[in-house]
Design a protein around this ligand. Structure first.
Ligand code: FRU
Length: 754
């Protein structure tokens, strides 16, 4: 591992506790960052590697992966594994469909700003007068530039002058990451992913396209709004300038958040806010070779560096101990302690790092912690979060780039000419390392299909393990319990499936949150049975737009932005109930009678369809009247009891009750029985599960019920078919049947035998 405190110190500390815990022995070997790559390469290629665990930057994965062992299944089948944010887990821990390393640190670039300066009314007024818009943390790179210009050279509240912003400009000072972070918004066109560094179809370098040229020009322009001597700033000096209170903003990694609040290091404690890397309203489309003007600000938060990873050489003779140490080092508990401790170099990468906000109060105030974590989460959750370059030859590419950037910043060369030279140098490096090999590596790292148009590596069709999220509306009714039981049983038949079940407990708001959670986890597929149509349409559409296959079960959404809908044909069921009612009330053309209809959840599609199917049939009979106003029974027996009790009060003459499900039909029956009128009324329900509807038919309580099969089993089956690359139909209707005295006993005995 590297000898610096960052990463080095927590790795050492956890090695000690690992030894105490396991009785094993861990020998720590440290070397300077500059020597690390060569050292590791030698170890990886050796028959008896010098190290059993390597801690390395994410960008070396392509060079290392042929020599790394695959992570054992048991570690991938754990909650600790699912706890890792998918931006890291799915994008960085795999290479070419193999799990080759574990993220032990999260990294991304973001912005820092001085809240005290931004909230000063004098500054706000002066800014508005000069730029014609309000002073806020920047949303676009142009605003970032304006704000830097505005503050540059103003008087600082603590005396002296304040400068615009702090960025790294010096060679070997990690400067190119600032440029990458800018180019990210300009060159990651959402319709043509993976085009930031190279054209992913041809491997032609992109660093001299107009998007990049703009990024480089703006980076250079910022120099004028930076402290004196900024040309020599590496990231360390830039960070210090901000911590010393010399600049209004800074671009940096996450470690700085804790440092700003550490009084020993910082003069700006309590005054710092954070912003997601700014965006743009114009994105360069390198496929159509033109600027694309957008209606809203587009951001592509850049995962600069991508964090540290831990891997195990294939030839290590201590595979199990090695992985055990890695899991210990990065366990939710140990890593939580590290991320909240200043100086460990470890930044948040697990869901539990974000949710355990109290742990952060060691380093940050609660409001700073929630603001900081909110910013990191927003960056990681962005569907456009962009990956750093991670192909063989990373160092050679960045070296020549830095050479040219230095010429540009010193004024020794024009931007365009220098970047054309850098691009030409990139193309030669690619050719030297092997065009085909580099192209393949680049497509792999950008999670693109091997061939343009083919299946994506590491995703659906290639995976052997699927995490399927299921958002259930409620489990208060037996039909829902059966639904869950059937769904779980089917999932259990497929060992490659891991289920994550969320129960919204009848709350729409909660179900929306559940969906957001499943989306954030980037599960492989989502099954959802929405409580209501309207409010759940947006999260379903969102998941679908993000490329997560969504299977809508039983209750429908309002548009067709989902993979498949599975449910019974509720309109057909409504019609069948209508025919049954007509029959019971005297037959076609002769039927006569007063009907009470008890609705299920009115904001759900099954209720609407069960109503319209029923009405379609009974309205042909002039003698049949639905005598009550539509009332929402929300599928609940007790609510239906209340509705029916009122109806019995109001109407001396009721012939038939049509309830949208069996529990409500039963509730209505109980209300009638309580006033001694159950014999005068026929009851129809829907669902037909053995424990309820079928039994009640058998007992003569209901005249009939209509089978509404749960989509639990079929949901899992269809999702798996889809994940394996098979076609699924857009709408799958489950069959229904009428259950009455003629077949109830048979169904019950068949069920008992199962
Ligand atoms: C309609 C429905 C009913 C069932 C109820 C349970 O969406 O499936 O058939 O009784 O929901 O919540």
């Amino acid at each position: 591992m590297q000898s610096a405190d960052a990463i080095g110190s927590p790795a050492k500390a956890h090695a000690l506790t690992w030894e105490q815990r396991t009785g094993g022995r861990a020998e720590i070997v440290q070397s300077d960052f500059g020597r690390l790559f060569r050292d590791y390469m030698a170890a990886l290629q050796a028959k008896q590697p010098a190290y059993d665990v390597l801690l390395f930057p994410a960008s070396w994965a392509a060079d290392f992966y042929p020599y790394l062992a695959e992570m054992p299944d048991e570690y991938r089948d754990s909650d600790a594994f699912d706890d890792i944010h998918p931006a890291y887990r799915e994008r960085l821990m795999t290479w070419d469909g193999k799990w080759i390393a574990a993220t032990v640190d999260g990294d991304l670039f973001s912005g820092y700003y001085r809240k005290d300066l931004f909230s000063d009314p004098n500054n706000q007024a002066a800014f508005r007068t000069r730029y014609g818009y309000e002073l806020f943390p920047p949303d676009t790179w142009s605003q970032y530039r304006d704000i830097a210009e505005f503050f540059n050279g103003r008087n600082s509240p603590d005396g002296g002058l304040i400068y615009g912003t702090a960025e790294a400009f010096a060679r070997d000072g990690k400067q190119f990451w600032t440029v990458f972070s800018r180019a990210s918004a300009y060159t990651n066109h959402p319709d043509f992913p993976g085009a930031q560094f190279f054209d992913p179809d041809t491997m032609r370098a992109q660093i001299d396209n107009p998007g990049w040229l703009r990024a480089v020009r703006e980076h250079k322009e910022i120099l004028a709004f930076s402290p004196p001597g900024a040309l020599q700033f590496g990231i360390v000096e830039a960070r210090d300038a901000f911590l010393d209170g010399h600049t209004a903003m800074a671009l940096d990694w996450g470690d700085t958040a804790q440092l700003t609040e550490d009084p020993a290091r910082s003069k700006v404690a309590g005054k710092v806010g954070y912003f997601v890397l700014p965006g743009t309203t114009r994105v360069w489309d390198s496929r159509l070779w033109r600027w694309d003007d957008r209606d809203s600000v587009y951001k592509a938060p850049f995962l600069a560096f991508g964090g540290w990873m831990a891997g195990v050489p294939k030839h290590s003779r201590h595979q199990q101990a090695a992985w055990d140490y890695i899991m210990w080092l990065s366990s939710p508990e140990n890593s939580l302690r590290d991320v909240v401790t200043s100086g460990t170099g470890i930044n948040p990468y697990r869901f539990t790092h974000f949710t355990n906000i109290d742990a952060w109060t060691k380093a940050l105030s609660i409001s700073a912690a929630s603001e900081y974590l909110g910013m990191v989460r927003a960056s990681l959750d962005s569907p456009h979060a962009a990956m750093d370059l991670r192909i063989p030859g990373f160092y050679r590419y960045t070296e020549v780039l830095e050479e040219e950037l230095t010429r540009i910043l010193r004024g020794d060369s024009e931007v365009d000419a220098a970047m054309h030279r850098a691009a030409a140098a990139w193309n030669s490096i690619t050719d030297e390392l092997g065009h085909a090999q580099q192209l393949a590596a680049y497509r792999t790292e950008m999670a693109l299909p091997k061939e343009p148009g083919g299946p994506r590596p590491g995703t659906h069709a290639h995976k052997v393990r699927y995490v399927i999220g299921f958002s259930q509306a409620t489990t208060t009714e037996p039909w829902r319990l059966l639904f869950n039981k059937e769904l779980r049983a089917e999932a259990a038949r497929h060992p490659e499936v891991k289920l994550v079940v969320r129960d919204a407990m009848d709350s729409v708001r909660r179900q929306v949150v559940d969906m957001e959670d499943l989306i954030a986890r980037r599960v492989d597929a989502i099954l959802v049975s929405p409580k209501v149509t309207d409010e759940l349409t947006a999260p379903v559409s969102k998941a679908f737009s993000l490329g997560i296959p969504v299977f809508v079960l039983d209750r429908d959404v309002a548009n067709d932005r989902y993979t498949q809908y599975i449910g019974g044909d509720n309109r057909e069921i409504g019609r069948a109930a209508g025919q049954r009612a007509v029959q019971l009330l005297g037959g076609e053309g002769l039927a006569e009678g007063n009907v009470i209809e008890i609705w299920g959840g009115m904001a759900s599609s099954p209720a609407a369809d069960r109503h319209s199917g029923f009405v379609e049939v009974v309205q042909r009979e002039p003698g049949v009247k639905i005598i009550n106003a539509p009332q929402d029974g929300d599928w609940k027996q007790d609510l239906a009891y209340g509705i029916m009790a009122e109806a019995l009060d109001a109407h001396p003459h009721i012939d038939l009750v049509y309830a949208h499900n069996d529990p409500m039909a039963y509730g209505a029956y109980l209300a009638a029985r309580d006033v001694g009128r159950e014999e005068d009324i026929a009851f129809l329900g829907i669902d037909g599960i053995p424990a309820e509807g079928v039994k009640w038919v058998q007992e003569g309580i209901l005249d009939a019920t209509f089978l509404y099969k749960t989509p639990g089993e079929e949901g899992i089956r269809q999702a798996l078919r889809f994940l394996r690359g098979e076609h699924v139909q857009k709408r799958l209707m489950l069959p229904t049947s009428t259950i009455d005295k003629t077949n109830a006993a048979k169904i019950l005995s068949r069920y008992a035998a199962e």
